[in-house]
Design a protein around this ligand. Structure first.
Ligand SMILES: C[S@@+](CC[C@H](N)C(=O)[O-])C[C@H]1O[C@@H](n2cnc3c(N)ncnc32)[C@H](O)[C@@H]1O
Length: 465
């Protein structure tokens, strides 16, 4: 290593309180990979080698513990690089070249009190290579400068899941290899091959790097789940939403999970000692749902079904709820229904209309409390919140007045102008005993007889949006 004293370097004025942001390696071109890697499509790790002049202090071993606190904020921080290293019988402290342009940039008075003088300071060459840079630094240096870079990826166990924009597709190979090299425990990198439009909502995947092994083990909110990511739906971006619903539940409450997937609502609820009826149409999801319930030792609190959602509502949910309404005090516990199939769950809402006859509910006590439905939906357009409400009202053939509506919650933005919402509302005796067609014709008659009804409905809608 060559020592090159550079004592006359210009001094730069730095506002010390802003240093933490100021020293990002990304802002320092000297510390970025060589410019020649721009546009690389096949990963050549050796091309990342680079020599840079780095300021450093060489201090006796006995002094190092006293000196480090004085220069801590100037230490050079890069991957796999220890900024304090043994050289002969002394210690060399590597400093960041952006704030430290010369001896004068250092807290010289304090250093001198520790017998560290200008003679202990120098610039010397440091060799950097592929292993010293982060994923971000490498990809920013490789991918086209003028276009948007790789913004995000999801991790599901050992799998990294990308959704690459078209302009990045020619670079998918190198992106995959860098991620596999750099992310701990990453063995497989896949790219979303098309939009999710199949019945079971699982992503169509393209393997871009690593092993074609899609059976994953992951944790969500502290709970272990296993599944085959290539055959079932799983989205780590929904973990907060799953947690929100599970937090609403108390031991003894009931959850009917119409589109349960592999169990991110149902398994934690059953673990919490709620009574759960979980359903999914995908036989592979159903298999992993059962596996996850068993693995989490909550089989005694959950019944699982492999049916179409409508059939599940009309059979399992109907029977279980009726028995509860007739023979238990439903004011003593809460009943929730989750319907997370945002592309079409609203179309199943009419199944609640006329689920029971008046006669079936004739003996119901007045204090009976009906379930709260949490239905998820996408909405595309300008005012997505109002749109989503309209969608639910149309499919339910009912306005969501203050008594019914529990809330409309934004879940996430899915694409430009496309949002996902949860609409939570209470079922009522009237909804459960009046079929959709009967309600629609009642409404037509009422509207024809009294034009004011329309104004009231419109006002109610505006109030709740
Ligand atoms: C968006 S995923 C939600 C899964 C899970 N609840 C979650 O939050 O991750 C929707 C699920 O509905 C299932 N599904 C699709 N159509 C269905 C239907 N007609 N009846 C029942 N389940 C269905 C899919 O297999 C998928 O597992």
């Amino acid at each position: 290593m060559r020592f090159v004293p550079r004592l006359q370097a210009p001094r730069i004025t730095i506002i010390f309180t802003r240093l933490r942001h100021y020293f990002r390696n990304m802002n320092c071109s000297e510390l970025l990979p060589p410019a020649s890697v721009r546009g690389m499509r096949e990963l050549q790790r050796s091309e990342f080698q680079k020599r840079v002049q780095v300021p450093r202090l060489r201090v006796p071993e006995s002094q190092v513990q006293l000196v480090i606190p004085l220069v801590k904020k100037f230490l050079l921080k890069m991957e796999h690089l220890h900024p304090v290293r043994a050289v002969d019988k002394s210690r060399e402290i590597l400093l960041h070249p952006m704030p430290i342009q010369g001896w004068e940039s250092l807290p010289t008075e304090d250093l001198q009190k520790q017998q560290v003088t200008q003679e202990h300071f120098c610039f010397a060459e440091l060799e950097l290579n592929y292993e010293n840079w982060s994923v971000n630094e490498i990809l920013k240096s490789v991918l086209p400068e003028e276009e948007e870079g790789m913004t995000s990826y999801s991790r599901i166990g050992h799998i990294v899941h990308l959704n690459l924009r078209d302009h990045l597709l020619p670079f998918k190979q190198i992106i995959g290899e860098v991620l596999r090299d750099k992310l701990p425990n990453c063995r497989t990198v896949v790219n979303k091959a098309s939009t999710i439009d199949n019945t079971y909502r699982n992503f169509q995947l393209e393997l871009i790097c690593g092993e074609p092994d899609y059976q994953v083990e992951t944790k969500e909110n502290g709970i272990p789940f296993e599944f085959d990511f290539s055959k079932v739906y799983w989205n780590p971006r929904l973990s907060t939403e799953h947690e929100r619903i599970v937090k609403l539940l108390q031991p003894g409450d009931v959850l009917y999970d119409v589109f349960a997937g592999v169990g991110p609502f149902s398994v934690p609820a059953a673990k919490k000692r709620c009574h759960v009826l979980a359903n999914d149409l995908n036989p592979v999801s159903f298999h992993w749902l059962q596996h996850n319930a068993k693995r989490n030792k909550c089989l005694s609190n959950i019944k699982m079904f492999n049916k179409d959602g409508r059939q599940f509502i009309l059979e399992e949910l109907r029977d279980d709820l009726l028995q509860r309404l007739l023979s238990t005090d439903t004011s003593k516990y809460a009943i929730h229904i989750s319907m997370n199939l945002p592309a079409m769950a609203v179309e199943f809402l009419d199944a609640y209309r006329g689920l029971y006859t008046d006669k079936e509910l004739a003996d119901l006590n007045n204090a009976a409390v009906f379930p709260t439905v949490h239905v998820y939906s996408f909405a595309k357009g300008e005012n997505t919140r109002a749109l989503v409400r309209e969608l639910v009202e149309q499919n339910l053939a009912s306005t969501l007045d203050e008594k019914l509506l529990q809330g409309i919650s934004f879940v996430r933005n899915v694409a430009p102008n496309k949002d996902m919402y949860r609409v939570s509302f209470k079922l009522t005796r009237n909804l459960l005993t009046t079929p959709k067609e009967a309600e629609a014709s009642n409404t037509r008659k009422r509207v024809a007889g009294d034009k004011n009804v329309q104004t009231e409905v419109a006002e109610a809608k505006v109030k709740c949006v």
